[in-house]
Design a protein around this ligand. Structure first.
Ligand SMILES: Nc1ncnc2c1ncn2[C@@H]1O[C@H](COP(=O)(O)OP(=O)(O)O)[C@@H](O)[C@H]1O
Ligand SMILES: [Mg+2]
Length: 333
């Protein structure tokens, strides 16, 4: 079980309102990602759910019970931090067993849970090693193992991959997704990285300045961002925004078009410009195009598109992929 309801919760530190009145239903078994820029309140929200901070107002329910005043250890949630804080002098086995020993479980039960966790995490062959004899990814798995053995109602992850190098992050991302598939336990995952959010989440919660900007599946946020903030935050490279006469033609204050939704041509098209920077990745080509009157637009082509700095190109937006926003930045439908 791991159904979590947040009802009108707020958090202020002194006179700074970090979480504005916020409602959210997290379903049992869901992989939910809180994403937003640094300082928007992601960690605070997670810590409120964990009970590491008290809410200023509102209620938190876990599996139908009011948990607002329940201390962290009694909420049945397990938190995995960015710094994994393993005990260096203890074996992997003892590190994973530690919370169970503290909780006074009997030996046989501890052994059963540690063995199960090690199997799920591919750590069975490493149980007698010490953390210093493990790679960064393995250490992160031990930290997750310490959470798994507690058999929590939900796992809370606060940017667990931030300390890892790029290749390892991609690996761990897959491992955590696989772990979720096999455990089917609720996971709440905090990141500032929209790619992690898009690839891992069942649903994403986009936060800005302590407010929820939008909640939805990755593809809902991609295809139907509710406002300029979400439109600009989800997707890489970012959506292009165009104001002025071109937007007015479409009855909008701001027009949005993603780089992958413009056709590129060296001979003709809707919007003419000069390539300022071209990025050739083999699989994709990204062009930064200085247009006549619409500012710099980023366009993406599949595979190689052979142009260079200074070349003339034409961009033609797919009209059904245009996003329209009003003067307040809200999406027009
Ligand atoms: N204990 C605290 N006292 C005062 N301000 C805090 C405290 N914890 C967090 N904040 C402030 O709350 C805001 C949100 O912080 P945080 O939740 O850590 O953001 P994020 O995890 O999204 O980067 C920041 O402006 C931060 O400075
Ligand atoms: Mg944080």
């Amino acid at each position: 079980m791991g159904h979590i309801s947040l009802r009108q919760i707020t958090k202020s530190f002194g006179d700074v309102d970090v979480i504005r009145p916020l409602d959210l239903e997290i379903r049992d078994g869901e992989f939910i990602v809180f994403v937003g820029p640094s300082g928007c309140g992601k960690s605070t929200l997670l810590r409120l759910i964990a009970g590491l901070e008290d809410v200023s107002s509102g209620t938190i329910e876990i599996d139908g019970r009011d948990a607002t005043e329940v201390p962290p250890a009694k909420r049945g949630l397990a938190m995995v931090f960015q710094s994994y804080a393993l005990y260096p002098h203890m074996s992997v086995r003892k590190n994973i067993a530690f919370p169970l020993k503290m909780a006074g479980l009997d030996k046989a039960e501890i052994e059963r849970r540690v063995t199960d966790a090690a199997r799920v995490l591919n750590l069975s062959d490493y149980l007698d090693r010490r953390p210093g004899q493990l790679s960064g990814g393995q250490r992160q798995r031990v930290a997750i193992g310490r959470a798994i053995v507690r058999e929590p109602a939900a796992f809370l992850f606060d940017e667990p991959l931030s300390n890892l190098d790029a290749a390892l992050r991609v690996n761990m991302r897959l491992e955590i997704s696989e772990l979720h598939n096999s455990l089917e336990t609720t996971m709440i995952y905090v990141t500032h990285d929209q790619i992690e959010a898009m690839t891992m989440a069942d649903r994403i919660v986009v936060l800005q300045a302590g407010r929820i900007e939008q909640v939805g599946t990755p593809l809902e946020l991609y295809a139907q961002p509710r406002n300029l903030f979400v439109a600009g935050f989800i997707g890489s490279p970012k959506m292009n925004f165009i104001e002025g006469a071109e937007a007015k033609k479409h009855d909008a204050h701001t027009l949005g078009i993603r780089p992958e939704h413009m056709a590129l041509s060296t001979t003709d098209g809707a919007w003419k410009g000069k390539v300022s920077v071209s990025e050739h990745l083999g699989s994709d080509t990204f062009l930064h195009v200085q247009t006549e009157g619409l500012g710099t637009l980023t366009a993406r082509a599949d595979g190689e598109f052979p142009v260079r700095h200074g070349d003339t190109v034409w961009l033609t937006p797919q009209t059904d992929k245009l996003h329209r926003f009003d003067a307040e930045g809200l999406a027009l439908r």
